[in-house]
Design a protein around this ligand. Structure first.
Ligand code: GDP
Length: 590
Protein backbone atom coordinates (compact mmCIF):
# COMPACT_ATOMS: atom_id res chain seq x y z
CA UNK A 1 0.00 0.00 0.00
CA UNK A 2 1.17 3.42 -0.86
CA UNK A 3 1.01 5.62 2.23
CA UNK A 4 1.19 8.70 0.07
CA UNK A 5 -2.05 7.85 -1.68
CA UNK A 6 -4.81 10.31 -1.06
CA UNK A 7 -8.38 9.07 -0.89
CA UNK A 8 -11.23 11.31 -1.95
CA UNK A 9 -14.64 10.06 -0.94
CA UNK A 10 -17.52 10.82 -3.23
CA UNK A 11 -21.09 10.37 -2.10
CA UNK A 12 -23.14 10.40 -5.28
CA UNK A 13 -21.45 13.31 -6.98
CA UNK A 14 -18.91 16.04 -6.42
CA UNK A 15 -18.80 19.64 -7.64
CA UNK A 16 -15.95 20.96 -9.74
CA UNK A 17 -15.17 23.26 -6.83
CA UNK A 18 -14.99 20.41 -4.31
CA UNK A 19 -12.93 18.26 -6.67
CA UNK A 20 -10.43 21.06 -7.24
CA UNK A 21 -10.11 21.59 -3.48
CA UNK A 22 -9.65 17.89 -2.84
CA UNK A 23 -6.97 17.72 -5.51
CA UNK A 24 -5.26 20.79 -4.17
CA UNK A 25 -5.74 22.61 -7.45
CA UNK A 26 -7.23 26.02 -7.91
CA UNK A 27 -10.71 25.95 -9.38
CA UNK A 28 -9.61 28.01 -12.34
CA UNK A 29 -6.74 25.70 -13.15
CA UNK A 30 -9.01 22.64 -12.95
CA UNK A 31 -11.57 24.31 -15.19
CA UNK A 32 -8.70 25.27 -17.49
CA UNK A 33 -7.43 21.71 -17.60
CA UNK A 34 -10.93 20.45 -18.32
CA UNK A 35 -11.28 23.00 -21.06
CA UNK A 36 -8.12 21.65 -22.70
CA UNK A 37 -9.82 18.28 -22.73
CA UNK A 38 -12.76 19.84 -24.51
CA UNK A 39 -15.00 19.97 -21.46
CA UNK A 40 -16.67 23.20 -20.58
CA UNK A 41 -17.40 23.07 -16.86
CA UNK A 42 -18.60 25.59 -14.35
CA UNK A 43 -17.55 25.87 -10.75
CA UNK A 44 -20.78 24.42 -9.35
CA UNK A 45 -21.20 21.71 -11.92
CA UNK A 46 -21.69 18.32 -10.32
CA UNK A 47 -19.67 15.39 -11.65
CA UNK A 48 -20.55 11.80 -10.95
CA UNK A 49 -18.04 9.26 -9.67
CA UNK A 50 -17.07 7.84 -13.07
CA UNK A 51 -16.63 11.30 -14.55
CA UNK A 52 -14.45 12.47 -11.70
CA UNK A 53 -12.33 9.30 -12.05
CA UNK A 54 -12.02 9.84 -15.76
CA UNK A 55 -10.93 13.43 -15.26
CA UNK A 56 -8.24 12.42 -12.80
CA UNK A 57 -7.04 9.80 -15.24
CA UNK A 58 -7.14 12.19 -18.19
CA UNK A 59 -5.22 14.84 -16.31
CA UNK A 60 -2.65 12.22 -15.32
CA UNK A 61 -3.00 13.03 -11.62
CA UNK A 62 -1.27 10.35 -9.59
CA UNK A 63 -1.43 9.32 -5.96
CA UNK A 64 -5.14 10.04 -5.68
CA UNK A 65 -7.82 7.43 -5.35
CA UNK A 66 -11.52 8.08 -5.49
CA UNK A 67 -13.76 6.01 -3.30
CA UNK A 68 -17.50 5.73 -3.45
CA UNK A 69 -19.04 6.75 -0.21
CA UNK A 70 -21.97 4.43 -0.06
CA UNK A 71 -23.94 5.74 2.82
CA UNK A 72 -26.46 2.96 3.15
CA UNK A 73 -24.46 -0.14 2.27
CA UNK A 74 -20.97 0.46 3.46
CA UNK A 75 -21.75 1.49 6.94
CA UNK A 76 -24.59 -0.92 7.54
CA UNK A 77 -22.44 -3.27 9.53
CA UNK A 78 -21.06 -0.61 11.83
CA UNK A 79 -23.86 1.83 11.63
CA UNK A 80 -25.57 0.99 14.82
CA UNK A 81 -23.99 1.48 18.18
CA UNK A 82 -24.32 -1.85 19.90
CA UNK A 83 -26.23 -1.99 23.15
CA UNK A 84 -25.17 -3.82 26.27
CA UNK A 85 -27.53 -6.58 25.30
CA UNK A 86 -25.77 -7.29 22.00
CA UNK A 87 -25.07 -10.98 21.47
CA UNK A 88 -22.31 -12.78 19.62
CA UNK A 89 -23.11 -13.57 16.03
CA UNK A 90 -21.47 -15.85 13.45
CA UNK A 91 -18.73 -14.26 11.33
CA UNK A 92 -19.53 -13.47 7.72
CA UNK A 93 -16.72 -14.76 5.54
CA UNK A 94 -16.00 -14.15 1.87
CA UNK A 95 -13.61 -16.32 -0.10
CA UNK A 96 -11.71 -14.36 -2.72
CA UNK A 97 -8.68 -14.81 -4.88
CA UNK A 98 -7.36 -15.24 -8.37
CA UNK A 99 -9.25 -17.38 -10.83
CA UNK A 100 -8.37 -21.07 -10.61
CA UNK A 101 -6.65 -20.73 -7.27
CA UNK A 102 -9.31 -22.92 -5.71
CA UNK A 103 -12.13 -20.79 -4.27
CA UNK A 104 -14.90 -23.00 -5.58
CA UNK A 105 -13.08 -26.15 -4.56
CA UNK A 106 -12.56 -24.77 -1.07
CA UNK A 107 -16.23 -23.88 -0.66
CA UNK A 108 -17.25 -27.21 -2.17
CA UNK A 109 -15.08 -29.22 0.12
CA UNK A 110 -16.14 -27.15 3.11
CA UNK A 111 -19.78 -27.48 2.33
CA UNK A 112 -19.42 -30.93 0.88
CA UNK A 113 -21.62 -29.70 -1.84
CA UNK A 114 -21.04 -30.01 -5.53
CA UNK A 115 -21.60 -26.70 -7.24
CA UNK A 116 -18.86 -26.67 -9.85
CA UNK A 117 -20.90 -28.61 -12.40
CA UNK A 118 -23.79 -26.18 -12.28
CA UNK A 119 -21.77 -23.23 -13.37
CA UNK A 120 -22.06 -21.99 -16.91
CA UNK A 121 -18.55 -21.33 -18.16
CA UNK A 122 -17.09 -22.41 -14.85
CA UNK A 123 -17.91 -19.08 -13.24
CA UNK A 124 -20.00 -18.75 -10.13
CA UNK A 125 -22.66 -16.52 -11.56
CA UNK A 126 -24.46 -15.21 -8.53
CA UNK A 127 -23.54 -14.23 -5.08
CA UNK A 128 -25.19 -16.38 -2.50
CA UNK A 129 -24.47 -17.45 1.00
CA UNK A 130 -24.16 -20.61 3.01
CA UNK A 131 -23.66 -21.50 6.61
CA UNK A 132 -21.67 -24.30 8.09
CA UNK A 133 -21.04 -25.55 11.57
CA UNK A 134 -17.63 -25.99 13.13
CA UNK A 135 -17.06 -26.83 16.78
CA UNK A 136 -20.75 -26.31 17.38
CA UNK A 137 -20.60 -22.75 16.03
CA UNK A 138 -21.90 -21.28 12.80
CA UNK A 139 -19.86 -19.56 10.09
CA UNK A 140 -21.57 -17.73 7.24
CA UNK A 141 -19.83 -17.92 3.88
CA UNK A 142 -20.58 -15.61 1.01
CA UNK A 143 -20.03 -17.42 -2.22
CA UNK A 144 -18.53 -14.57 -4.20
CA UNK A 145 -18.16 -14.86 -7.94
CA UNK A 146 -14.74 -15.68 -9.15
CA UNK A 147 -13.92 -13.77 -12.27
CA UNK A 148 -12.49 -10.29 -12.59
CA UNK A 149 -15.55 -9.30 -14.56
CA UNK A 150 -17.42 -9.53 -11.31
CA UNK A 151 -15.35 -6.93 -9.55
CA UNK A 152 -18.41 -4.90 -8.69
CA UNK A 153 -20.16 -7.74 -6.98
CA UNK A 154 -17.10 -8.73 -5.10
CA UNK A 155 -16.70 -5.21 -3.92
CA UNK A 156 -20.23 -5.26 -2.54
CA UNK A 157 -19.52 -8.72 -1.15
CA UNK A 158 -16.54 -7.39 0.73
CA UNK A 159 -18.70 -4.77 2.38
CA UNK A 160 -20.86 -7.39 4.01
CA UNK A 161 -17.85 -9.25 5.16
CA UNK A 162 -16.15 -9.54 8.52
CA UNK A 163 -13.39 -11.82 7.33
CA UNK A 164 -11.98 -12.30 3.86
CA UNK A 165 -10.25 -15.59 3.19
CA UNK A 166 -7.83 -14.91 0.37
CA UNK A 167 -7.02 -18.07 -1.52
CA UNK A 168 -3.59 -18.11 -3.13
CA UNK A 169 -2.34 -21.13 -5.03
CA UNK A 170 1.08 -22.10 -3.71
CA UNK A 171 2.24 -23.06 -7.19
CA UNK A 172 1.18 -19.78 -8.77
CA UNK A 173 1.67 -17.08 -6.15
CA UNK A 174 0.16 -13.61 -6.00
CA UNK A 175 -1.74 -12.67 -9.16
CA UNK A 176 -3.76 -9.58 -10.19
CA UNK A 177 -7.00 -10.76 -8.65
CA UNK A 178 -5.17 -11.65 -5.44
CA UNK A 179 -4.04 -8.05 -5.21
CA UNK A 180 -7.55 -6.87 -6.01
CA UNK A 181 -8.94 -9.08 -3.24
CA UNK A 182 -6.43 -7.68 -0.77
CA UNK A 183 -7.48 -4.16 -1.70
CA UNK A 184 -11.16 -4.96 -1.40
CA UNK A 185 -10.69 -6.56 1.98
CA UNK A 186 -8.72 -3.57 3.21
CA UNK A 187 -11.19 -1.04 1.88
CA UNK A 188 -14.04 -2.96 3.50
CA UNK A 189 -12.18 -3.02 6.79
CA UNK A 190 -12.43 -6.79 6.88
CA UNK A 191 -9.93 -9.08 8.60
CA UNK A 192 -7.77 -11.04 6.22
CA UNK A 193 -6.87 -14.71 6.54
CA UNK A 194 -4.77 -16.22 3.78
CA UNK A 195 -5.35 -19.79 2.67
CA UNK A 196 -2.26 -20.94 0.81
CA UNK A 197 -3.84 -23.59 -1.37
CA UNK A 198 -2.77 -26.56 -3.48
CA UNK A 199 0.03 -27.56 -1.12
CA UNK A 200 -0.41 -31.13 -2.42
CA UNK A 201 0.86 -29.97 -5.79
CA UNK A 202 4.33 -30.48 -7.08
CA UNK A 203 5.82 -27.02 -7.43
CA UNK A 204 3.90 -25.73 -4.42
CA UNK A 205 6.14 -23.36 -2.49
CA UNK A 206 4.55 -22.01 0.66
CA UNK A 207 7.54 -19.91 1.69
CA UNK A 208 7.79 -18.26 -1.70
CA UNK A 209 4.07 -17.54 -1.65
CA UNK A 210 4.43 -15.96 1.78
CA UNK A 211 7.30 -13.82 0.51
CA UNK A 212 5.17 -12.87 -2.46
CA UNK A 213 2.34 -11.82 -0.12
CA UNK A 214 4.77 -9.84 2.04
CA UNK A 215 5.63 -7.85 -1.05
CA UNK A 216 1.98 -6.87 -1.16
CA UNK A 217 1.82 -5.82 2.44
CA UNK A 218 0.61 -9.06 4.02
CA UNK A 219 3.12 -10.30 6.62
CA UNK A 220 2.59 -13.78 7.97
CA UNK A 221 2.42 -14.21 11.73
CA UNK A 222 5.31 -16.67 11.52
CA UNK A 223 7.34 -13.86 10.03
CA UNK A 224 6.46 -11.36 12.69
CA UNK A 225 3.44 -9.96 10.91
CA UNK A 226 -0.22 -10.02 11.86
CA UNK A 227 -1.80 -12.06 9.07
CA UNK A 228 -2.82 -15.63 9.72
CA UNK A 229 -1.78 -17.84 6.83
CA UNK A 230 -2.91 -21.43 6.65
CA UNK A 231 -1.40 -23.83 4.10
CA UNK A 232 -4.23 -26.01 2.79
CA UNK A 233 -5.24 -28.39 0.09
CA UNK A 234 -8.79 -27.53 -0.83
CA UNK A 235 -8.98 -30.62 -2.99
CA UNK A 236 -7.71 -33.15 -0.44
CA UNK A 237 -9.15 -31.31 2.52
CA UNK A 238 -5.80 -30.88 4.32
CA UNK A 239 -5.81 -28.36 7.14
CA UNK A 240 -9.34 -27.12 6.53
CA UNK A 241 -10.22 -27.62 10.20
CA UNK A 242 -7.30 -25.39 11.06
CA UNK A 243 -8.62 -22.77 8.62
CA UNK A 244 -12.04 -22.89 10.28
CA UNK A 245 -10.40 -22.71 13.73
CA UNK A 246 -8.58 -19.58 12.60
CA UNK A 247 -11.79 -18.06 11.27
CA UNK A 248 -13.50 -18.60 14.62
CA UNK A 249 -10.46 -17.34 16.51
CA UNK A 250 -10.41 -14.17 14.42
CA UNK A 251 -14.15 -13.78 14.98
CA UNK A 252 -13.61 -14.09 18.73
CA UNK A 253 -10.88 -11.46 18.72
CA UNK A 254 -13.16 -9.17 16.77
CA UNK A 255 -16.02 -9.77 19.19
CA UNK A 256 -18.55 -9.78 16.41
CA UNK A 257 -21.87 -8.92 17.96
CA UNK A 258 -25.32 -7.75 17.01
CA UNK A 259 -28.43 -6.58 18.77
CA UNK A 260 -31.43 -8.79 18.38
CA UNK A 261 -34.14 -6.81 20.14
CA UNK A 262 -34.21 -4.15 17.43
CA UNK A 263 -36.18 -4.11 14.18
CA UNK A 264 -34.58 -6.53 11.75
CA UNK A 265 -32.06 -5.08 9.29
CA UNK A 266 -29.54 -6.33 6.81
CA UNK A 267 -28.55 -6.35 3.17
CA UNK A 268 -29.94 -7.59 -0.10
CA UNK A 269 -27.42 -10.04 -1.55
CA UNK A 270 -29.40 -11.32 -4.50
CA UNK A 271 -32.77 -10.78 -6.11
CA UNK A 272 -34.64 -12.11 -9.08
CA UNK A 273 -38.14 -12.78 -10.38
CA UNK A 274 -39.58 -16.27 -10.51
CA UNK A 275 -42.75 -17.28 -12.21
CA UNK A 276 -45.41 -18.11 -9.67
CA UNK A 277 -43.40 -16.68 -6.80
CA UNK A 278 -42.78 -13.10 -7.88
CA UNK A 279 -39.69 -11.56 -6.37
CA UNK A 280 -37.24 -13.94 -4.74
CA UNK A 281 -34.75 -12.08 -2.60
CA UNK A 282 -31.71 -13.29 -0.70
CA UNK A 283 -31.06 -11.30 2.43
CA UNK A 284 -28.31 -11.36 4.96
CA UNK A 285 -29.64 -10.34 8.33
CA UNK A 286 -27.18 -8.12 10.20
CA UNK A 287 -29.27 -7.07 13.17
CA UNK A 288 -32.56 -7.92 14.86
CA UNK A 289 -34.57 -10.99 13.96
CA UNK A 290 -36.47 -11.22 10.73
CA UNK A 291 -39.72 -13.20 10.85
CA UNK A 292 -42.31 -14.33 8.36
CA UNK A 293 -45.18 -11.83 8.20
CA UNK A 294 -43.05 -8.76 8.94
CA UNK A 295 -42.96 -5.71 6.70
CA UNK A 296 -39.65 -4.74 5.13
CA UNK A 297 -38.30 -1.91 2.99
CA UNK A 298 -35.17 -2.11 0.85
CA UNK A 299 -34.44 0.95 -1.25
CA UNK A 300 -37.53 1.69 -3.30
CA UNK A 301 -38.94 -1.82 -2.82
CA UNK A 302 -41.10 -2.99 0.05
CA UNK A 303 -43.25 -5.93 0.99
CA UNK A 304 -44.36 -8.39 3.60
CA UNK A 305 -42.20 -11.47 4.14
CA UNK A 306 -44.45 -14.19 2.78
CA UNK A 307 -42.08 -17.15 2.88
CA UNK A 308 -38.58 -17.50 4.28
CA UNK A 309 -36.14 -20.32 3.52
CA UNK A 310 -32.64 -21.03 4.76
CA UNK A 311 -29.80 -21.63 2.28
CA UNK A 312 -30.69 -25.30 2.04
CA UNK A 313 -34.25 -24.44 1.07
CA UNK A 314 -35.88 -25.41 4.36
CA UNK A 315 -38.56 -23.10 5.76
CA UNK A 316 -37.42 -20.84 8.56
CA UNK A 317 -39.66 -18.93 10.92
CA UNK A 318 -37.07 -16.39 12.00
CA UNK A 319 -33.58 -15.37 11.00
CA UNK A 320 -31.01 -14.06 13.48
CA UNK A 321 -27.97 -11.88 12.65
CA UNK A 322 -25.47 -13.25 10.10
CA UNK A 323 -28.10 -15.62 8.73
CA UNK A 324 -28.68 -15.69 4.97
CA UNK A 325 -32.28 -16.32 3.96
CA UNK A 326 -34.36 -16.33 0.81
CA UNK A 327 -37.65 -14.49 1.11
CA UNK A 328 -40.64 -13.85 -1.11
CA UNK A 329 -43.15 -11.05 -0.73
CA UNK A 330 -41.35 -7.93 -2.01
CA UNK A 331 -43.64 -6.10 -4.40
CA UNK A 332 -40.69 -4.93 -6.53
CA UNK A 333 -37.16 -6.17 -6.89
CA UNK A 334 -34.83 -4.50 -4.42
CA UNK A 335 -31.32 -3.79 -5.64
CA UNK A 336 -28.30 -5.84 -4.83
CA UNK A 337 -26.47 -4.15 -1.97
CA UNK A 338 -29.54 -2.25 -0.70
CA UNK A 339 -30.02 -2.17 3.00
CA UNK A 340 -33.31 -3.57 4.25
CA UNK A 341 -35.11 -2.65 7.44
CA UNK A 342 -38.15 -4.00 9.14
CA UNK A 343 -40.95 -1.50 9.66
CA UNK A 344 -44.18 -1.63 11.61
CA UNK A 345 -46.82 -1.79 8.91
CA UNK A 346 -47.50 -1.62 5.22
CA UNK A 347 -48.28 2.08 5.24
CA UNK A 348 -44.91 3.01 6.70
CA UNK A 349 -43.22 0.55 4.37
CA UNK A 350 -44.78 2.16 1.32
CA UNK A 351 -43.97 5.67 2.48
CA UNK A 352 -40.35 4.83 3.26
CA UNK A 353 -39.93 3.09 -0.11
CA UNK A 354 -41.23 6.21 -1.87
CA UNK A 355 -38.85 8.43 0.08
CA UNK A 356 -35.93 6.18 -0.80
CA UNK A 357 -36.91 6.22 -4.48
CA UNK A 358 -37.04 10.02 -4.38
CA UNK A 359 -33.60 10.20 -2.80
CA UNK A 360 -32.10 8.05 -5.54
CA UNK A 361 -33.79 10.13 -8.23
CA UNK A 362 -32.50 13.35 -6.67
CA UNK A 363 -29.00 12.02 -6.52
CA UNK A 364 -29.11 10.95 -10.16
CA UNK A 365 -30.48 14.33 -11.19
CA UNK A 366 -27.85 16.23 -9.26
CA UNK A 367 -25.02 14.58 -11.15
CA UNK A 368 -25.46 16.65 -14.23
CA UNK A 369 -22.48 15.41 -16.17
CA UNK A 370 -22.29 11.67 -16.63
CA UNK A 371 -19.29 9.77 -17.84
CA UNK A 372 -21.05 9.01 -21.10
CA UNK A 373 -21.53 12.71 -21.71
CA UNK A 374 -17.93 13.26 -20.85
CA UNK A 375 -16.72 10.61 -23.26
CA UNK A 376 -18.90 12.13 -25.90
CA UNK A 377 -17.40 15.51 -25.25
CA UNK A 378 -13.87 14.16 -25.32
CA UNK A 379 -14.37 12.54 -28.67
CA UNK A 380 -15.11 15.15 -31.22
CA UNK A 381 -18.44 14.59 -32.86
CA UNK A 382 -17.12 13.11 -36.08
CA UNK A 383 -14.89 10.40 -34.70
CA UNK A 384 -17.03 9.24 -31.84
CA UNK A 385 -19.24 6.29 -32.47
CA UNK A 386 -21.88 5.06 -30.13
CA UNK A 387 -22.67 1.45 -29.37
CA UNK A 388 -26.15 1.28 -27.88
CA UNK A 389 -27.11 -1.67 -25.75
CA UNK A 390 -29.92 -2.87 -23.57
CA UNK A 391 -28.90 -5.44 -20.98
CA UNK A 392 -31.31 -8.00 -19.57
CA UNK A 393 -30.27 -10.58 -17.01
CA UNK A 394 -31.88 -13.21 -14.83
CA UNK A 395 -30.90 -11.50 -11.61
CA UNK A 396 -29.65 -8.05 -10.67
CA UNK A 397 -26.20 -9.42 -9.91
CA UNK A 398 -25.77 -10.64 -13.45
CA UNK A 399 -27.07 -7.40 -14.96
CA UNK A 400 -24.53 -5.46 -12.87
CA UNK A 401 -21.78 -7.84 -13.89
CA UNK A 402 -22.60 -7.62 -17.58
CA UNK A 403 -22.80 -3.83 -17.48
CA UNK A 404 -19.56 -3.52 -15.54
CA UNK A 405 -17.81 -5.93 -17.86
CA UNK A 406 -19.05 -4.10 -20.94
CA UNK A 407 -17.70 -0.88 -19.48
CA UNK A 408 -14.33 -2.54 -19.02
CA UNK A 409 -13.91 -3.22 -22.72
CA UNK A 410 -11.16 -0.89 -23.85
CA UNK A 411 -12.58 1.03 -26.78
CA UNK A 412 -9.51 3.26 -27.00
CA UNK A 413 -11.84 6.21 -26.72
CA UNK A 414 -13.20 5.61 -30.18
CA UNK A 415 -16.48 4.02 -29.26
CA UNK A 416 -18.87 5.25 -26.63
CA UNK A 417 -20.83 2.53 -24.93
CA UNK A 418 -24.34 3.75 -24.30
CA UNK A 419 -26.39 1.61 -21.96
CA UNK A 420 -29.88 2.50 -23.05
CA UNK A 421 -31.59 0.40 -20.41
CA UNK A 422 -31.04 -2.52 -18.09
CA UNK A 423 -33.44 -4.87 -16.41
CA UNK A 424 -34.14 -8.17 -14.81
CA UNK A 425 -36.16 -10.80 -16.65
CA UNK A 426 -36.84 -11.98 -20.15
CA UNK A 427 -36.59 -9.69 -23.16
CA UNK A 428 -39.88 -7.81 -23.47
CA UNK A 429 -41.83 -5.96 -26.11
CA UNK A 430 -40.79 -2.71 -24.52
CA UNK A 431 -37.10 -3.60 -24.87
CA UNK A 432 -37.57 -4.24 -28.58
CA UNK A 433 -39.56 -1.04 -28.87
CA UNK A 434 -36.75 0.93 -27.21
CA UNK A 435 -34.10 -0.72 -29.38
CA UNK A 436 -35.84 -0.24 -32.70
CA UNK A 437 -34.55 2.37 -35.08
CA UNK A 438 -31.53 3.24 -32.97
CA UNK A 439 -29.25 0.38 -33.88
CA UNK A 440 -29.42 -0.88 -30.34
CA UNK A 441 -28.38 -4.43 -29.48
CA UNK A 442 -30.28 -6.25 -26.75
CA UNK A 443 -28.03 -8.52 -24.71
CA UNK A 444 -29.68 -11.19 -22.63
CA UNK A 445 -27.76 -13.03 -19.94
CA UNK A 446 -29.35 -16.23 -18.69
CA UNK A 447 -32.72 -15.06 -19.97
CA UNK A 448 -34.91 -16.20 -22.82
CA UNK A 449 -36.77 -14.52 -25.61
CA UNK A 450 -40.46 -15.39 -25.99
CA UNK A 451 -41.30 -16.38 -29.58
CA UNK A 452 -43.59 -13.42 -30.20
CA UNK A 453 -40.85 -11.04 -29.03
CA UNK A 454 -38.28 -12.74 -31.29
CA UNK A 455 -40.66 -12.28 -34.21
CA UNK A 456 -41.25 -8.67 -33.36
CA UNK A 457 -37.49 -8.06 -33.14
CA UNK A 458 -36.95 -9.70 -36.50
CA UNK A 459 -39.65 -7.58 -38.06
CA UNK A 460 -38.15 -4.39 -36.59
CA UNK A 461 -34.57 -5.38 -37.39
CA UNK A 462 -33.53 -5.45 -33.74
CA UNK A 463 -30.68 -7.75 -32.73
CA UNK A 464 -31.29 -9.81 -29.58
CA UNK A 465 -28.30 -11.82 -28.45
CA UNK A 466 -28.58 -14.17 -25.51
CA UNK A 467 -25.71 -15.77 -23.66
CA UNK A 468 -25.10 -17.97 -20.68
CA UNK A 469 -21.37 -17.37 -20.52
CA UNK A 470 -20.18 -13.85 -19.90
CA UNK A 471 -16.99 -14.20 -21.98
CA UNK A 472 -19.03 -15.00 -25.05
CA UNK A 473 -21.25 -12.00 -24.52
CA UNK A 474 -18.21 -9.77 -24.12
CA UNK A 475 -16.53 -11.20 -27.22
CA UNK A 476 -19.65 -10.45 -29.20
CA UNK A 477 -19.88 -6.91 -27.85
CA UNK A 478 -16.24 -6.31 -28.67
CA UNK A 479 -16.68 -7.62 -32.20
CA UNK A 480 -19.75 -5.42 -32.66
CA UNK A 481 -17.82 -2.39 -31.52
CA UNK A 482 -14.99 -3.29 -33.88
CA UNK A 483 -17.55 -3.32 -36.68
CA UNK A 484 -18.30 0.30 -35.86
CA UNK A 485 -14.69 1.35 -36.28
CA UNK A 486 -13.80 2.81 -39.64
CA UNK A 487 -11.82 0.30 -41.63
CA UNK A 488 -8.17 1.06 -42.04
CA UNK A 489 -6.76 1.64 -45.50
CA UNK A 490 -3.74 -0.55 -45.99
CA UNK A 491 -1.54 -0.08 -49.06
CA UNK A 492 1.03 -2.68 -50.04
CA UNK A 493 3.76 -1.96 -52.56
CA UNK A 494 3.89 -4.53 -55.33
CA UNK A 495 6.34 -3.47 -58.01
CA UNK A 496 7.68 -0.76 -60.33
CA UNK A 497 7.78 -0.28 -64.10
CA UNK A 498 9.80 2.12 -66.19
CA UNK A 499 7.72 3.45 -69.11
CA UNK A 500 9.47 2.95 -72.43
CA UNK A 501 6.68 3.72 -74.86
CA UNK A 502 3.35 5.55 -74.74
CA UNK A 503 0.86 4.32 -77.33
CA UNK A 504 -2.10 6.32 -76.29
CA UNK A 505 -2.70 8.80 -73.50
CA UNK A 506 -6.14 10.32 -73.20
CA UNK A 507 -8.08 11.93 -70.42
CA UNK A 508 -9.07 8.67 -68.81
CA UNK A 509 -7.23 5.87 -70.54
CA UNK A 510 -3.63 5.16 -71.28
CA UNK A 511 -1.83 2.42 -73.11
CA UNK A 512 1.84 2.25 -72.35
CA UNK A 513 4.66 -0.24 -72.39
CA UNK A 514 7.75 -0.67 -70.28
CA UNK A 515 10.10 -2.80 -68.28
CA UNK A 516 9.43 -4.16 -64.82
CA UNK A 517 12.26 -2.93 -62.59
CA UNK A 518 11.15 -4.92 -59.57
CA UNK A 519 8.23 -6.82 -58.10
CA UNK A 520 5.25 -7.42 -60.31
CA UNK A 521 2.18 -5.87 -61.85
CA UNK A 522 -1.17 -7.59 -62.27
CA UNK A 523 -4.67 -6.69 -63.40
CA UNK A 524 -6.56 -4.75 -60.75
CA UNK A 525 -3.52 -3.19 -59.10
CA UNK A 526 -3.21 0.54 -58.65
CA UNK A 527 -0.17 2.59 -59.63
CA UNK A 528 1.35 5.94 -58.78
CA UNK A 529 2.79 7.64 -61.80
CA UNK A 530 6.08 9.31 -60.85
CA UNK A 531 7.95 11.85 -62.91
CA UNK A 532 11.26 12.27 -61.20
CA UNK A 533 10.33 12.72 -57.57
CA UNK A 534 6.90 14.09 -58.31
CA UNK A 535 3.74 12.04 -58.29
CA UNK A 536 1.55 13.14 -61.14
CA UNK A 537 -1.44 10.90 -60.62
CA UNK A 538 -2.89 7.50 -59.96
CA UNK A 539 -3.82 4.78 -62.41
CA UNK A 540 -5.58 1.46 -62.31
CA UNK A 541 -4.33 -1.55 -64.26
CA UNK A 542 -7.10 -2.83 -66.55
CA UNK A 543 -5.10 -5.33 -68.56
CA UNK A 544 -1.58 -6.64 -68.90
CA UNK A 545 -0.02 -7.79 -72.17
CA UNK A 546 3.15 -9.56 -73.02
CA UNK A 547 4.11 -10.06 -76.64
CA UNK A 548 0.61 -8.83 -77.62
CA UNK A 549 -1.09 -11.53 -75.55
CA UNK A 550 -3.16 -10.86 -72.44
CA UNK A 551 -1.36 -12.23 -69.39
CA UNK A 552 -2.25 -12.10 -65.71
CA UNK A 553 0.96 -10.39 -64.64
CA UNK A 554 4.45 -9.19 -65.48
CA UNK A 555 7.35 -9.79 -63.15
CA UNK A 556 10.75 -8.20 -62.61
CA UNK A 557 12.83 -8.03 -65.77
CA UNK A 558 9.90 -8.57 -68.15
CA UNK A 559 8.77 -6.17 -70.86
CA UNK A 560 5.10 -5.70 -71.62
CA UNK A 561 2.18 -3.37 -72.18
CA UNK A 562 -0.52 -2.11 -69.88
CA UNK A 563 -3.98 -0.67 -70.37
CA UNK A 564 -4.56 1.81 -67.60
CA UNK A 565 -7.48 3.93 -66.56
CA UNK A 566 -7.21 7.13 -64.57
CA UNK A 567 -9.26 9.96 -63.25
CA UNK A 568 -6.33 12.32 -63.15
CA UNK A 569 -5.96 13.37 -66.80
CA UNK A 570 -2.37 12.24 -66.86
CA UNK A 571 -0.33 12.72 -69.98
CA UNK A 572 2.04 9.78 -69.71
CA UNK A 573 5.59 10.25 -70.95
CA UNK A 574 8.50 7.96 -71.67
CA UNK A 575 10.76 7.56 -68.61
CA UNK A 576 7.86 7.99 -66.17
CA UNK A 577 7.86 5.30 -63.55
CA UNK A 578 4.76 3.56 -62.27
CA UNK A 579 4.84 2.27 -58.72
CA UNK A 580 2.24 -0.45 -58.34
CA UNK A 581 0.41 -1.17 -55.13
CA UNK A 582 -2.75 -2.72 -53.75
CA UNK A 583 -5.17 -0.89 -51.52
CA UNK A 584 -7.33 -2.80 -49.10
CA UNK A 585 -9.75 -1.86 -46.42
CA UNK A 586 -8.82 -3.83 -43.33
CA UNK A 587 -11.15 -4.20 -40.37
CA UNK A 588 -9.64 -2.77 -37.25
CA UNK A 589 -9.46 -4.49 -33.90
CA UNK A 590 -9.92 -3.05 -30.47
P1 GDP B 1 -11.55 -20.92 -8.54
O1 GDP B 1 -11.54 -20.38 -9.94
O2 GDP B 1 -10.67 -20.14 -7.64
O3 GDP B 1 -12.92 -21.16 -7.96
O4 GDP B 1 -10.80 -22.34 -8.64
P2 GDP B 1 -11.40 -23.80 -8.63
O5 GDP B 1 -11.88 -24.18 -7.28
O6 GDP B 1 -12.33 -23.96 -9.76
O7 GDP B 1 -10.06 -24.63 -8.88
C1 GDP B 1 -9.31 -24.54 -10.08
C2 GDP B 1 -8.62 -25.84 -10.33
O8 GDP B 1 -7.67 -26.10 -9.31
C3 GDP B 1 -9.55 -27.04 -10.35
O9 GDP B 1 -9.12 -27.92 -11.36
C4 GDP B 1 -9.37 -27.65 -8.99
O10 GDP B 1 -9.63 -29.03 -8.98
C5 GDP B 1 -7.91 -27.37 -8.72
N1 GDP B 1 -7.64 -27.28 -7.29
C6 GDP B 1 -8.28 -26.52 -6.37
N2 GDP B 1 -7.77 -26.72 -5.15
C7 GDP B 1 -6.77 -27.63 -5.29
C8 GDP B 1 -5.85 -28.25 -4.38
O11 GDP B 1 -5.84 -28.01 -3.17
N3 GDP B 1 -4.96 -29.10 -4.92
C9 GDP B 1 -4.93 -29.39 -6.24
N4 GDP B 1 -4.02 -30.25 -6.67
N5 GDP B 1 -5.78 -28.84 -7.11
C10 GDP B 1 -6.69 -27.97 -6.65
Amino acid sequence: MDDQEKVIQIAGSITVDELANSLGLSVTSLIGELFKQGIVATINQRLDFDTASLIIEELGIEGVRLEKKNTSTQTARNRRELSEKAVLRPPVVAVMGHVDHGKTTLLDTLLNKKTVDDEAGGITQHISAYQLEHDGRLITFLDTPGHEAFAAIRQHGAMLTDIVVIVVAADDGVKPQTVEAIKFAQSANAKIIVAINKIDREGADVARTMADLAQHGLQAEEWGGDITMVPISARRGDNLDKLLDMILLTADLEELKADIDIPAEGLVIESHMETGKGSVVNLLVTGGELKVGEFVVAGSAYGKVRTMLDFKGSPKGKATPSTPVTVTGFKDLPNFGDQFVEVENEKIARKQALLNAQEVADEAASANVTSTDLLRMMNTADNSKVFNVIVKGDVLGSVTSVVDSLKMIDTKGEITLNIVATGVGDVTENDVYMAAGDNTVIYGFNVSVPTNIAKMAERDGVAIRCYRVIYELLENAKASMEDLLDAEVVETEMGEMKVKGVFRTERTSIIAGGEMLRGKVAVGMLGRVMRGKEQIGEVKVDSVQKEKMDVPELVEGELGGLALSTEHKIVMEVDDRIKFFTRELVKRKL
